[in-house]
Write a protein that binds this ligand. Structure first.
Ligand code: NAD
Length: 352
Protein backbone atom coordinates (compact mmCIF):
# COMPACT_ATOMS: atom_id res chain seq x y z
CA UNK A 1 0.00 0.00 0.00
CA UNK A 2 1.25 3.49 -0.83
CA UNK A 3 1.45 6.08 1.93
CA UNK A 4 -1.38 8.49 2.62
CA UNK A 5 -2.64 11.20 4.93
CA UNK A 6 -6.05 10.80 6.54
CA UNK A 7 -7.59 13.67 8.50
CA UNK A 8 -10.71 12.86 10.48
CA UNK A 9 -12.98 15.59 11.78
CA UNK A 10 -14.38 15.32 15.28
CA UNK A 11 -18.12 14.73 15.35
CA UNK A 12 -20.56 13.02 17.64
CA UNK A 13 -23.16 11.16 15.60
CA UNK A 14 -26.41 9.75 16.91
CA UNK A 15 -28.07 7.58 14.28
CA UNK A 16 -31.39 5.76 14.24
CA UNK A 17 -35.14 6.05 14.26
CA UNK A 18 -36.68 8.42 16.81
CA UNK A 19 -33.26 9.81 17.74
CA UNK A 20 -34.50 13.42 17.75
CA UNK A 21 -36.01 12.54 21.14
CA UNK A 22 -32.42 12.79 22.40
CA UNK A 23 -32.15 16.44 21.41
CA UNK A 24 -32.94 17.88 24.89
CA UNK A 25 -30.30 15.58 26.37
CA UNK A 26 -27.74 16.79 23.79
CA UNK A 27 -28.60 20.43 24.52
CA UNK A 28 -27.94 19.71 28.18
CA UNK A 29 -24.76 17.77 27.45
CA UNK A 30 -23.35 20.79 25.57
CA UNK A 31 -24.49 23.00 28.49
CA UNK A 32 -26.63 25.20 26.28
CA UNK A 33 -29.22 27.45 27.92
CA UNK A 34 -30.41 29.79 25.15
CA UNK A 35 -30.71 27.84 21.93
CA UNK A 36 -31.74 29.23 18.54
CA UNK A 37 -33.67 26.72 16.40
CA UNK A 38 -33.06 27.16 12.67
CA UNK A 39 -35.23 25.94 9.80
CA UNK A 40 -36.36 26.74 6.25
CA UNK A 41 -39.75 28.51 5.82
CA UNK A 42 -41.31 25.26 4.57
CA UNK A 43 -40.29 23.54 7.83
CA UNK A 44 -41.32 26.39 10.18
CA UNK A 45 -43.98 24.31 11.96
CA UNK A 46 -41.48 21.53 12.62
CA UNK A 47 -39.09 24.13 14.07
CA UNK A 48 -41.75 25.33 16.53
CA UNK A 49 -42.38 21.75 17.63
CA UNK A 50 -38.67 21.17 18.07
CA UNK A 51 -38.37 24.33 20.18
CA UNK A 52 -41.26 23.08 22.33
CA UNK A 53 -39.49 19.76 22.72
CA UNK A 54 -36.32 21.53 23.94
CA UNK A 55 -38.43 23.48 26.43
CA UNK A 56 -37.13 26.49 28.41
CA UNK A 57 -33.65 26.11 26.93
CA UNK A 58 -35.03 27.13 23.49
CA UNK A 59 -34.81 30.93 23.33
CA UNK A 60 -35.91 31.62 19.74
CA UNK A 61 -36.80 30.18 16.33
CA UNK A 62 -35.59 31.51 12.98
CA UNK A 63 -37.28 29.92 9.96
CA UNK A 64 -35.69 31.91 7.16
CA UNK A 65 -32.99 29.53 5.88
CA UNK A 66 -32.70 29.56 2.11
CA UNK A 67 -30.62 28.07 -0.71
CA UNK A 68 -26.98 29.20 -1.17
CA UNK A 69 -26.76 30.84 2.30
CA UNK A 70 -27.22 34.54 1.41
CA UNK A 71 -25.28 36.79 3.78
CA UNK A 72 -28.36 39.02 4.20
CA UNK A 73 -30.29 36.10 5.76
CA UNK A 74 -27.36 35.22 8.01
CA UNK A 75 -27.18 38.84 9.18
CA UNK A 76 -30.89 38.76 10.01
CA UNK A 77 -30.39 35.62 12.09
CA UNK A 78 -27.28 37.17 13.69
CA UNK A 79 -29.41 40.02 15.06
CA UNK A 80 -31.54 37.41 16.85
CA UNK A 81 -28.38 35.72 18.13
CA UNK A 82 -27.33 39.01 19.71
CA UNK A 83 -30.67 40.24 21.05
CA UNK A 84 -31.58 36.82 22.47
CA UNK A 85 -28.08 36.15 23.84
CA UNK A 86 -28.01 32.80 22.05
CA UNK A 87 -25.43 30.27 23.26
CA UNK A 88 -26.09 27.39 20.86
CA UNK A 89 -27.71 26.44 17.56
CA UNK A 90 -30.05 23.64 16.56
CA UNK A 91 -30.47 23.31 12.78
CA UNK A 92 -33.16 20.96 11.49
CA UNK A 93 -33.48 20.76 7.72
CA UNK A 94 -31.62 20.26 4.47
CA UNK A 95 -28.31 21.70 3.29
CA UNK A 96 -29.74 25.23 3.26
CA UNK A 97 -30.59 25.16 6.98
CA UNK A 98 -27.31 23.47 7.87
CA UNK A 99 -25.56 26.17 5.84
CA UNK A 100 -27.20 28.93 7.88
CA UNK A 101 -26.12 27.27 11.14
CA UNK A 102 -22.57 26.98 9.81
CA UNK A 103 -22.56 30.63 8.70
CA UNK A 104 -23.58 31.72 12.21
CA UNK A 105 -20.99 29.39 13.76
CA UNK A 106 -18.30 30.90 11.53
CA UNK A 107 -19.09 34.33 12.99
CA UNK A 108 -19.64 33.27 16.59
CA UNK A 109 -18.11 29.81 17.14
CA UNK A 110 -21.40 28.80 18.80
CA UNK A 111 -21.88 25.05 19.29
CA UNK A 112 -24.22 23.40 16.79
CA UNK A 113 -26.52 20.42 16.88
CA UNK A 114 -27.66 19.49 13.37
CA UNK A 115 -30.49 17.13 12.43
CA UNK A 116 -30.43 16.67 8.63
CA UNK A 117 -33.67 16.03 6.74
CA UNK A 118 -32.16 15.55 3.25
CA UNK A 119 -29.14 13.64 1.94
CA UNK A 120 -26.98 16.71 1.08
CA UNK A 121 -24.30 15.85 3.68
CA UNK A 122 -23.27 19.41 4.59
CA UNK A 123 -23.34 18.51 8.31
CA UNK A 124 -20.18 16.43 7.78
CA UNK A 125 -18.08 19.06 6.05
CA UNK A 126 -15.99 22.06 7.14
CA UNK A 127 -17.13 23.75 3.89
CA UNK A 128 -19.36 26.81 3.78
CA UNK A 129 -20.62 28.45 0.59
CA UNK A 130 -22.10 31.91 1.12
CA UNK A 131 -23.72 34.26 -1.38
CA UNK A 132 -23.14 38.01 -1.30
CA UNK A 133 -24.49 40.25 -4.09
CA UNK A 134 -25.16 37.19 -6.25
CA UNK A 135 -21.59 35.87 -5.89
CA UNK A 136 -21.10 32.53 -4.14
CA UNK A 137 -17.87 32.29 -2.17
CA UNK A 138 -16.82 28.97 -0.67
CA UNK A 139 -14.48 28.64 2.28
CA UNK A 140 -13.29 25.93 4.64
CA UNK A 141 -13.08 26.29 8.39
CA UNK A 142 -13.20 23.79 11.26
CA UNK A 143 -15.29 26.39 13.14
CA UNK A 144 -18.32 25.48 11.02
CA UNK A 145 -18.29 21.77 11.93
CA UNK A 146 -21.24 20.78 14.14
CA UNK A 147 -20.59 19.41 17.62
CA UNK A 148 -23.38 16.82 17.35
CA UNK A 149 -25.26 15.39 14.37
CA UNK A 150 -28.53 13.63 15.05
CA UNK A 151 -29.56 11.45 12.13
CA UNK A 152 -33.18 10.59 12.69
CA UNK A 153 -34.58 8.43 9.89
CA UNK A 154 -38.09 9.57 10.85
CA UNK A 155 -37.26 13.14 9.74
CA UNK A 156 -36.68 11.87 6.20
CA UNK A 157 -39.86 9.84 5.79
CA UNK A 158 -41.70 12.84 4.31
CA UNK A 159 -38.86 14.04 2.10
CA UNK A 160 -40.63 14.25 -1.29
CA UNK A 161 -39.76 11.39 -3.63
CA UNK A 162 -38.29 13.63 -6.32
CA UNK A 163 -36.00 15.43 -3.86
CA UNK A 164 -35.09 12.11 -2.21
CA UNK A 165 -33.85 10.82 -5.55
CA UNK A 166 -31.81 13.83 -6.58
CA UNK A 167 -30.54 14.54 -3.06
CA UNK A 168 -29.43 10.89 -2.85
CA UNK A 169 -27.57 11.11 -6.17
CA UNK A 170 -26.04 14.42 -5.01
CA UNK A 171 -24.67 12.42 -2.07
CA UNK A 172 -23.37 9.69 -4.36
CA UNK A 173 -21.52 12.38 -6.34
CA UNK A 174 -19.46 13.24 -3.24
CA UNK A 175 -18.45 9.61 -2.80
CA UNK A 176 -17.72 9.10 -6.50
CA UNK A 177 -15.24 11.97 -6.58
CA UNK A 178 -13.68 10.78 -3.31
CA UNK A 179 -12.74 7.52 -5.09
CA UNK A 180 -10.41 9.43 -7.41
CA UNK A 181 -9.55 12.49 -5.30
CA UNK A 182 -5.97 13.68 -5.48
CA UNK A 183 -5.71 13.13 -1.71
CA UNK A 184 -7.75 9.91 -1.73
CA UNK A 185 -6.98 7.33 0.91
CA UNK A 186 -8.12 3.78 1.61
CA UNK A 187 -10.28 4.80 4.59
CA UNK A 188 -12.33 7.28 2.57
CA UNK A 189 -12.54 4.85 -0.36
CA UNK A 190 -14.08 2.25 1.97
CA UNK A 191 -16.61 4.78 3.19
CA UNK A 192 -17.28 6.03 -0.33
CA UNK A 193 -18.09 2.57 -1.70
CA UNK A 194 -20.19 1.67 1.35
CA UNK A 195 -22.07 4.99 1.03
CA UNK A 196 -22.72 4.44 -2.69
CA UNK A 197 -23.89 0.85 -2.09
CA UNK A 198 -26.29 1.90 0.66
CA UNK A 199 -27.70 4.82 -1.32
CA UNK A 200 -27.96 2.97 -4.64
CA UNK A 201 -29.92 0.10 -3.11
CA UNK A 202 -32.17 2.43 -1.11
CA UNK A 203 -33.25 4.98 -3.72
CA UNK A 204 -35.24 2.72 -6.08
CA UNK A 205 -37.10 1.31 -3.04
CA UNK A 206 -37.86 4.81 -1.70
CA UNK A 207 -39.36 5.82 -5.05
CA UNK A 208 -41.79 2.90 -4.88
CA UNK A 209 -42.40 3.13 -1.18
CA UNK A 210 -41.37 6.50 0.33
CA UNK A 211 -42.22 5.44 3.89
CA UNK A 212 -40.04 2.30 3.82
CA UNK A 213 -38.08 2.77 7.02
CA UNK A 214 -35.34 0.26 6.13
CA UNK A 215 -34.64 1.95 2.79
CA UNK A 216 -34.80 5.41 4.40
CA UNK A 217 -32.35 4.20 6.99
CA UNK A 218 -29.94 2.90 4.33
CA UNK A 219 -30.21 6.20 2.44
CA UNK A 220 -29.49 8.34 5.51
CA UNK A 221 -26.56 6.10 6.48
CA UNK A 222 -25.28 6.41 2.90
CA UNK A 223 -25.72 10.19 3.01
CA UNK A 224 -23.65 10.39 6.18
CA UNK A 225 -20.77 8.43 4.63
CA UNK A 226 -20.97 10.37 1.36
CA UNK A 227 -20.98 13.67 3.28
CA UNK A 228 -17.86 12.55 5.12
CA UNK A 229 -16.20 11.99 1.75
CA UNK A 230 -16.99 15.55 0.67
CA UNK A 231 -15.68 16.91 3.95
CA UNK A 232 -12.47 14.91 4.00
CA UNK A 233 -10.94 14.79 0.51
CA UNK A 234 -10.84 17.16 -2.47
CA UNK A 235 -13.37 17.06 -5.28
CA UNK A 236 -12.71 17.34 -9.03
CA UNK A 237 -14.37 18.06 -12.40
CA UNK A 238 -17.90 17.04 -11.45
CA UNK A 239 -18.14 19.34 -8.44
CA UNK A 240 -16.42 22.20 -10.29
CA UNK A 241 -18.90 21.94 -13.15
CA UNK A 242 -21.93 21.81 -10.85
CA UNK A 243 -20.64 24.75 -8.83
CA UNK A 244 -20.20 26.77 -12.03
CA UNK A 245 -23.57 25.74 -13.47
CA UNK A 246 -25.44 26.37 -10.23
CA UNK A 247 -23.79 29.73 -9.61
CA UNK A 248 -23.92 31.06 -13.18
CA UNK A 249 -27.42 29.95 -14.20
CA UNK A 250 -29.04 29.60 -10.77
CA UNK A 251 -29.83 25.93 -11.39
CA UNK A 252 -31.24 23.75 -8.59
CA UNK A 253 -28.43 22.09 -6.59
CA UNK A 254 -29.30 18.40 -6.29
CA UNK A 255 -30.98 18.16 -9.72
CA UNK A 256 -27.91 19.66 -11.42
CA UNK A 257 -25.62 17.13 -9.72
CA UNK A 258 -27.91 14.33 -10.86
CA UNK A 259 -27.92 15.45 -14.50
CA UNK A 260 -24.15 16.03 -14.71
CA UNK A 261 -22.77 13.07 -12.73
CA UNK A 262 -23.04 10.28 -15.37
CA UNK A 263 -21.29 12.53 -17.90
CA UNK A 264 -18.52 13.65 -15.56
CA UNK A 265 -17.89 9.99 -14.70
CA UNK A 266 -17.84 9.02 -18.39
CA UNK A 267 -15.27 11.79 -18.99
CA UNK A 268 -12.97 10.55 -16.23
CA UNK A 269 -13.54 6.82 -16.77
CA UNK A 270 -10.68 6.21 -19.26
CA UNK A 271 -8.18 7.42 -16.62
CA UNK A 272 -9.61 5.23 -13.85
CA UNK A 273 -10.22 1.60 -14.79
CA UNK A 274 -9.93 0.19 -11.25
CA UNK A 275 -12.03 2.90 -9.59
CA UNK A 276 -14.70 2.60 -12.26
CA UNK A 277 -14.93 -1.18 -11.81
CA UNK A 278 -15.37 -0.69 -8.05
CA UNK A 279 -17.95 2.06 -8.62
CA UNK A 280 -19.92 -0.05 -11.10
CA UNK A 281 -19.96 -2.96 -8.63
CA UNK A 282 -21.17 -0.68 -5.82
CA UNK A 283 -24.00 0.51 -8.09
CA UNK A 284 -24.83 -3.08 -9.08
CA UNK A 285 -24.11 -2.15 -12.70
CA UNK A 286 -21.72 -3.29 -15.40
CA UNK A 287 -20.64 0.24 -16.32
CA UNK A 288 -20.32 3.11 -13.83
CA UNK A 289 -21.56 6.00 -16.01
CA UNK A 290 -24.45 3.96 -17.45
CA UNK A 291 -25.32 2.72 -13.97
CA UNK A 292 -25.56 6.30 -12.69
CA UNK A 293 -27.75 7.29 -15.65
CA UNK A 294 -29.99 4.28 -14.96
CA UNK A 295 -30.22 5.19 -11.28
CA UNK A 296 -31.29 8.73 -12.22
CA UNK A 297 -33.91 7.11 -14.47
CA UNK A 298 -35.08 4.84 -11.68
CA UNK A 299 -35.75 7.82 -9.40
CA UNK A 300 -37.52 9.72 -12.21
CA UNK A 301 -34.93 12.52 -12.26
CA UNK A 302 -34.61 15.08 -15.01
CA UNK A 303 -31.58 14.25 -17.20
CA UNK A 304 -31.48 17.46 -19.24
CA UNK A 305 -29.94 20.66 -17.93
CA UNK A 306 -32.01 22.57 -20.50
CA UNK A 307 -35.12 21.57 -18.55
CA UNK A 308 -33.55 22.77 -15.31
CA UNK A 309 -33.18 26.30 -16.68
CA UNK A 310 -29.78 26.30 -18.40
CA UNK A 311 -29.62 28.41 -21.60
CA UNK A 312 -28.04 26.80 -24.68
CA UNK A 313 -25.41 29.55 -24.85
CA UNK A 314 -24.32 28.33 -21.44
CA UNK A 315 -22.63 25.27 -22.98
CA UNK A 316 -19.69 27.25 -24.42
CA UNK A 317 -19.57 29.59 -21.44
CA UNK A 318 -19.40 26.71 -18.94
CA UNK A 319 -16.71 24.96 -21.01
CA UNK A 320 -14.63 28.16 -20.97
CA UNK A 321 -15.08 28.54 -17.23
CA UNK A 322 -14.29 24.86 -16.60
CA UNK A 323 -10.81 25.22 -18.09
CA UNK A 324 -10.13 28.85 -17.08
CA UNK A 325 -8.76 28.10 -13.61
CA UNK A 326 -7.05 24.73 -13.83
CA UNK A 327 -7.56 22.33 -10.91
CA UNK A 328 -6.66 18.73 -10.30
CA UNK A 329 -8.67 16.09 -12.17
CA UNK A 330 -7.73 12.46 -12.93
CA UNK A 331 -8.06 13.09 -16.67
CA UNK A 332 -6.49 16.31 -17.91
CA UNK A 333 -8.98 19.10 -18.68
CA UNK A 334 -9.60 19.11 -22.45
CA UNK A 335 -11.86 21.95 -23.52
CA UNK A 336 -13.50 20.22 -26.49
CA UNK A 337 -14.27 17.02 -24.58
CA UNK A 338 -15.60 19.03 -21.63
CA UNK A 339 -17.74 21.07 -24.00
CA UNK A 340 -19.18 17.83 -25.40
CA UNK A 341 -19.79 16.49 -21.88
CA UNK A 342 -21.79 19.64 -21.01
CA UNK A 343 -23.68 19.47 -24.32
CA UNK A 344 -24.74 15.87 -23.56
CA UNK A 345 -25.90 16.85 -20.08
CA UNK A 346 -27.69 19.89 -21.53
CA UNK A 347 -29.61 17.65 -23.92
CA UNK A 348 -30.17 14.89 -21.35
CA UNK A 349 -28.56 12.20 -23.52
CA UNK A 350 -27.09 8.97 -22.26
CA UNK A 351 -23.34 9.30 -21.54
CA UNK A 352 -21.20 8.24 -24.49
P1 NAD B 1 -32.56 22.42 0.85
O1 NAD B 1 -32.01 22.41 2.22
O2 NAD B 1 -32.58 23.74 0.13
O3 NAD B 1 -34.04 21.84 0.91
C1 NAD B 1 -34.84 21.84 -0.27
C2 NAD B 1 -36.33 21.97 0.12
O4 NAD B 1 -36.77 20.76 0.72
C3 NAD B 1 -36.60 23.06 1.15
O5 NAD B 1 -37.80 23.68 0.78
C4 NAD B 1 -36.76 22.30 2.44
O6 NAD B 1 -37.58 22.97 3.37
C5 NAD B 1 -37.40 21.02 1.96
N1 NAD B 1 -37.14 19.85 2.81
C6 NAD B 1 -35.98 19.46 3.31
N2 NAD B 1 -36.11 18.33 4.00
C7 NAD B 1 -37.41 17.99 3.94
C8 NAD B 1 -38.16 16.89 4.46
N3 NAD B 1 -37.59 15.89 5.13
N4 NAD B 1 -39.48 16.85 4.20
C9 NAD B 1 -40.07 17.81 3.45
N5 NAD B 1 -39.40 18.87 2.92
C10 NAD B 1 -38.08 18.95 3.16
O7 NAD B 1 -31.86 21.38 -0.14
P2 NAD B 1 -30.56 20.46 0.00
O8 NAD B 1 -30.40 19.81 -1.32
O9 NAD B 1 -30.59 19.63 1.22
O10 NAD B 1 -29.38 21.51 0.23
C11 NAD B 1 -28.88 22.31 -0.81
C12 NAD B 1 -27.99 23.40 -0.26
O11 NAD B 1 -27.00 22.85 0.58
C13 NAD B 1 -27.28 24.17 -1.34
O12 NAD B 1 -27.23 25.54 -0.99
C14 NAD B 1 -25.88 23.58 -1.33
O13 NAD B 1 -24.91 24.45 -1.81
C15 NAD B 1 -25.71 23.26 0.13
N6 NAD B 1 -24.75 22.17 0.40
C16 NAD B 1 -23.61 22.49 1.07
C17 NAD B 1 -22.69 21.51 1.36
C18 NAD B 1 -21.45 21.87 2.13
O14 NAD B 1 -20.66 20.99 2.45
N7 NAD B 1 -21.24 23.12 2.45
C19 NAD B 1 -22.92 20.18 0.97
C20 NAD B 1 -24.07 19.88 0.27
C21 NAD B 1 -25.01 20.89 0.00
Amino acid sequence: MTGFVYTSHPARVIFGSGTLARLPEEVERLDLHRVLVLAAPQQADDAQQIAARIGPRAAAVFSGATMHTPVSVTEEAMRLVQTERIDGLVAVGGGSTTGLGKAIALRTDLPQIVAPTTYAGSEMTPILGETRDGQKVTQKSPRVLPETVIYDVDLTLNLPVALSGTSGINAIAHAVEALYAQDRNPIMSLMALEGIRAMARALPVIVQSPGDRAARSDALYGAWLCGLCLGTVGMALHHKLCHTLGGTFDLPHAETHTAVLPHAVAYNAPALPDEMAALAAALGATDAAQGLFDLADAVGAQHALKHLGMPEAGIERTADMAVANPYWNPRPLERQAIRDLIAHAYAGERPQ
